[in-house]
Ligand binder design. Structure first.
Ligand code: 48N
Length: 321
């Protein structure tokens, strides 16, 4: 079921590359549509170097035009992913590759996407992933080292994993990330009498969401979508947002509450139990530990990526029927 057609961004595709005069060093030389200078053109020519001219309003329009065209196009999305941590980004990667026809929107409360995946444990930088999660690293193209045990691999810096995955997800034409933006409620519809179906998200700038208590009447924005995948983690200022909202709207009775650390139990459970919690809402990653009362796994991330793979599989079922 595709959302109603929306205007897709109408930006001119980059013009064919125009060969610059050799040793181009003045702004006018660069200000040729599609022209591509080389670093060699500039080295040793800094005295005559100048950027191509610009007017401040052109910068504002280049940003706002794209942002608001994206907001318009994604007001009707096929899938919204709440939370751009390791699970949410892995979900987005799988979905966007499997179904490039689907309009995928990621809402991330932080200015910086990535959630807890910028570091390993206790601010150490390496990231551990137990096999078979190394299969995902190979698919994305993240380099890693094999541990001597053969049971796990190590990415030399967690930021290498997160930045590589982010770069691939953000480059996909059917994915749009709205960061510094918070999901502050869920859109619901009656479903089969007493039940509710989740049919979209309610968003606001995160800074606004954090000040509803001291500023009145800062109304939100909305995004309609038939499938929401919530991967908002277990900690942080808004951890486990969607499942907590299901409790406060009395759609589920209570949260199971995350249990103590047990890597072997936790990672299998998170992957196996990634699922649709209520019609229209799939939950994955560490948010799931809060609703299920699953154990936590601490500084190993294989379950996050494979929970993302499973969440994507659950969502694609909706579009295959
Ligand atoms: O990294 P997280 O917190 O969540 P996951 O599930 O992707 O990965 C969890 C993982 O980092 C661990 O916790 C590791 C494995 N440790 C386990 C353990 O035992 O401690 O990412 C969640 C993202 C964050 O970037 C939040 O900013 C964002 O979700 N977020 C939201 N974004 C938009 N709207 C919201 N309401 C919201 N709430 C959280």
């Amino acid at each position: 079921m595709s959302p109603p057609a929306a205007t897709s961004p109408t930006f001119s595709v980059a013009a064919p590359v125009t060969k610059l005069p050799s040793k181009a060093t003045t702004a006018n030389d660069y200000a040729v549509k599609g022209a591509q200078a080389s670093i060699a053109d500039m080295e040793g020519n800094w005295d005559s170097f100048r950027f191509a001219p610009i007017r401040e309003s052109q910068v504002s329009r280049a940003m706002t035009r794209r942002y608001f065209e994206d907001l318009d196009a994604h007001a009707e999305s096929d899938i919204v992913i709440v939370g751009a941590g390791s699970c949410g980004l892995s979900t987005a990667y799988v979905l966007a590759n499997r179904r490039p026809d689907l309009r995928i929107t990621i809402i991330e409360a932080g200015v910086a996407p990535g959630g807890g995946a910028w570091l390993g444990g206790q601010l150490f930088s390496a990231m551990v992933m137990r096999k078979p999660a190394d299969a995902f690293l190979r698919e994305v193209g993240v380099p890693y080292e094999e541990d001597d045990t053969g049971n796990f691999v190590v990415v030399k810096h967690a930021a290498l994993f997160t930045s590589t995955l982010l770069s691939k997800v953000l480059a996909m034409p059917n994915v749009k990330l709205f960061n510094a933006t918070c999901v502050e409620d869920l859109i619901t519809r009656p479903s089969n009498g007493q039940d509710v179906r989740i049919a979209g998200v309610v968003t606001n700038w995160t800074l606004v969401t954090m000040h509803h208590d001291d500023q009145s009447c800062m109304d939100p924005n909305t995004i309609n979508a038939p499938v929401i995948i919530s991967t908002t983690g277990h900690d942080g200022p808004m951890g486990a947002f969607s499942v907590k909202r299901l409790v406060s709207m009395q759609r589920i009775e209570k949260l199971g509450g995350m249990r103590g650390l047990d890597m072997n139990t936790a990672e299998d459970a998170i992957v196996k139990n990634t699922r649709e919690i209520v019609p229209g809402l799939i939950v994955g990653g560490m948010e799931l530990s809060e609703v299920d009362g699953a154990n936590r796994m601490g500084p190993t991330f294989g379950a996050m990526v494979l929970s993302g793979v499973k969440a994507a599989e659950e969502a694609l079922r909706v579009f295959e029927t």
